[in-house]
Design a protein around this ligand. Structure first.
Ligand SMILES: C[S@@+](CC[C@H](N)C(=O)[O-])C[C@H]1O[C@@H](n2cnc3c(N)ncnc32)[C@H](O)[C@@H]1O
Length: 374
């Protein structure tokens, strides 16, 4: 199978490594995605194990397409719709990209829909309905100049929604972005980990989920179960391997979260418990300035407020200065990682960065910055 996995911007290399670790071949790194080849077992395994991917798209055909007529013909002739889409099952169409004559994705999607239902009516005498919420197939068309790439999307919901976070703080990180940030720190459970402003707990949950090799097994609407080449035995074998994954006597260092806002602290507690990780995380409802650090040096992570509203910045200058002072006074020998969305504020830490990695956090151009605290 030819597959494309979509990725948060800046984490494509990590996603490529994951795909390779779980069995993908001929991997190519693209912008906000990774393409690769794999068999069905690898495809199912990646849905359970990838911590970075948003979605997977299985390519089913490519054809030349310069305008609406060639699109209509290409759609009808390049895929076996009659076998894959029974008329009592629904579908929806998503389009990305454009060319000179197909400039509006909504118009292009309508054209794709018409081509499919016209074919059904001609050969089967009836047609499928359209469903956005609960389709049998999601058909994805990407137009790149004169080429159209037709794929099937494998889940309705994005895989970053792990299911442990119905409750959200104000500015939570997406789960897959948090997982990627943790992978970059190379924290591997053997040294202490502290999130000094933990919000709803996403970074800590993702860190532990990776270390404990907890797969994404919450019930997803896997559309590949509707594909005519779905192999239930392979799917269940892959799932069982993960459920029976024996971690032996795994030791974990202290994992600590600190959050000053009582409501957000309570959300973090609930999310951690929903993720089944409460026995591994020590949570404190306090200002980080009051946190006593008695552990041997490890990793401190932090996704502080950035101050996007006017007036916020002044208040936050204090927070960043205090944070810099606290780290220098109490955390000698620790490694500190900060997600910076505002370089003006980051300056007030008065610390020298040893690495800066560009990351896009929900449209904000951020840096994941590493500091070695003397
Ligand atoms: C951007 S949010 C963190 C979001 C988090 N990464 C998540 O995914 O939910 C920043 C958090 O820092 C907390 N915070 C701000 N000042 C703090 C302080 N002095 N001590 C501890 N927490 C603080 C805020 O209440 C907020 O929840």
């Amino acid at each position: 199978m030819n597959v494309v996995a979509s990725s948060p911007e800046g984490l494509e290399r990590l996603l490529a490594k994951e795909v390779s670790d779980f069995g993908g071949k001929q991997i190519k790194i693209l912008k906000r995605s990774v393409s690769f080849k794999c068999d069905l077992a690898t495809f199912y395994r990646l849905h359970f194990c990838s911590k970075i991917a948003f979605r997977f798209y299985r390519e089913v055909s490519r054809f030349q397409c310069s305008d609406k007529n060639s699109l209509y013909k290409g759609i009808q002739s390049s895929f076996d719709w009659i076998s894959w889409l029974p008329t009592n099952k629904s579908f929806c169409v998503r389009v990305t990209g454009k060319n000179l004559f197909l400039r509006h994705t909504h118009f292009t999607a309508l054209q794709v829909k018409n081509a499919i239902v016209d074919l059904q009516k001609k050969y089967l005498g009836s047609r499928s309905d359209i469903s956005i919420k609960n389709p049998h197939l999601i058909i994805h068309l990407h137009i790149n100049n004169k080429e159209a790439i037709l794929s099937l999307q494998s889940t309705v919901e994005s895989l970053h929604k792990r299911g442990y976070r119905p409750l959200m703080a104000d500015a939570p990180l997406k789960e897959n972005l948090a997982a990627g940030l943790i992978q970059i720190t190379k924290w591997e459970g053997k040294t202490p980990l502290i999130d000094i402003m933990c919000g709803s707990g996403t970074l800590l949950i993702e860190a532990l989920a990776q270390y404990l090799k907890i797969p994404n097994l919450t019930k997803k609407n896997y559309l590949f179960e509707n594909w005519i080449d779905f192999k239930k035995d392979i799917f269940l074998t892959e799932k069982l391997k993960l459920i029976n994954n024996d971690l032996g006597d795994l030791k974990i260092s202290k994992v600590i979260g600190c959050e000053s806002d009582i409501d957000i602290f309570e959300q973090a507690k609930k999310n951690i418990s929903l993720a089944g990780l409460e026995k591994y995380i020590e949570l404190h409802n306090m200002d980080f300035a009051n946190l006593r650090i008695n552990e041997k040096p490890g990793t401190i992570i932090c996704n502080p407020p950035y101050g996007r509203r006017i007036g916020d910045e002044k208040e936050l200058i204090n927070l960043y200065s205090q944070l810099g002072d606290f780290l220098k006074q109490n955390c000698s020998g620790w490694t500190f990682w900060l997600l910076s969305g505002n370089p003006k504020l980051t300056k007030f830490l008065k610390m020298k960065a040893s690495q800066k990695i560009p990351i896009n956090n929900g449209g904000i151009d951020c840096r994941w910055i590493k500091y070695l605290i003397n």
